[in-house]
Design a protein around this ligand. Sequence first.
Ligand SMILES: C[S@@+](CC[C@H](N)C(=O)[O-])C[C@H]1O[C@@H](n2cnc3c(N)ncnc32)[C@H](O)[C@@H]1O
Length: 322
Amino acid sequence: MNKVHTGDCVELLKSVTSGSVHLVLSDIPYGISADDWDVLHNNTNSALLGSSPAQKKAGAVFKSRGKPINGWSEADRKIPKEYYDWCAKWAEDWFRVLKPGGSAIVFAGRRFSHRAVCALEDAGFSLKDVLAWIRPNAAHRAQRLSVVYDKRGDHENAESWKGWRVGNLRPLFEPVLWFTKPYPIGTTIADNALNHGVGGYNEDAFLKYEDSPDNILRSGFMKNEGGLHPTQKPVRLMQELIELTTQPGQLVLDPFSGSGSTLVAARNTGRQYLGMEMSEDYVRIAQQRLVDEMFPQEQFVEHRPKDTKEDVSQLRIVLTTE
Ligand SMILES: C[S@@+](CC[C@H](N)C(=O)[O-])C[C@H]1O[C@@H](n2cnc3c(N)ncnc32)[C@H](O)[C@@H]1O
């Protein structure tokens, strides 16, 4: 407890005591090939891996794994199922280690979160709600079709396709999946709160972070936070979810802890924590954050400052270009 362990969480989870965890809070890999640690499929098609002729020509503009898939090949179409299979590898142990009535709160990507839901449901969890984390400064990267045609010298089509883009609308929200482990048959949720210390949610604590008790989360990065992990989450956001579902002294588990944002949030709010991360570099960063008083609790207990600036460099960006 109160450590971050290096290794594959699928293995590490086996040694966690059943029914010992009050909350699993994790920003799991989204399976969108955002980075090497996020490639959870067997698809080696050249467009996806950044070696198509167009990508070579574009050079550094392309992140090597940033090319969206097109659904052309059977391998493309298998990716969602492979993501489900990957989630199923750890979902049963999450269920085993959690206390009855406890929550598992999961950040998952918009494209494959439905597969994470199915894997967790199949492991025994109930999906309680889907919250939305709003990121006011998400970058809009969809390419203009007129620009593509102009580059080809096809000015006639550039004119007639003016206003059209390829790609997605601005990715302003990320789904936050809120699961619960069912409490024992014959008891009530009120009994469960007394027996296992979990089951309800703390609205008063939540309102320290948000203006109203809605399922929209707006906490962003504080000044000078960020830059530690390509998909770093704000400590403030993790604190709000921890305080929503647990009490001081209870145990928070993050099996995909990255740079340790969940763990720092647990420490800041007086909870016990258990982190797992396969990259030694990120483990070192997390350990450093946990010994530093980089994000002292006092900074977060007040209402969100109105001038909070989001750190846009942390957004998951999928480049869309021809
Ligand atoms: C989405 S990131 C989490 C980032 C984190 N929220 C933060 O603020 O830094 C997911 C992390 O899971 C790690 N990871 C991926 N597969 C893993 C596995 N099987 N076991 C442990 N860690 C894993 C990756 O290295 C990555 O750092």
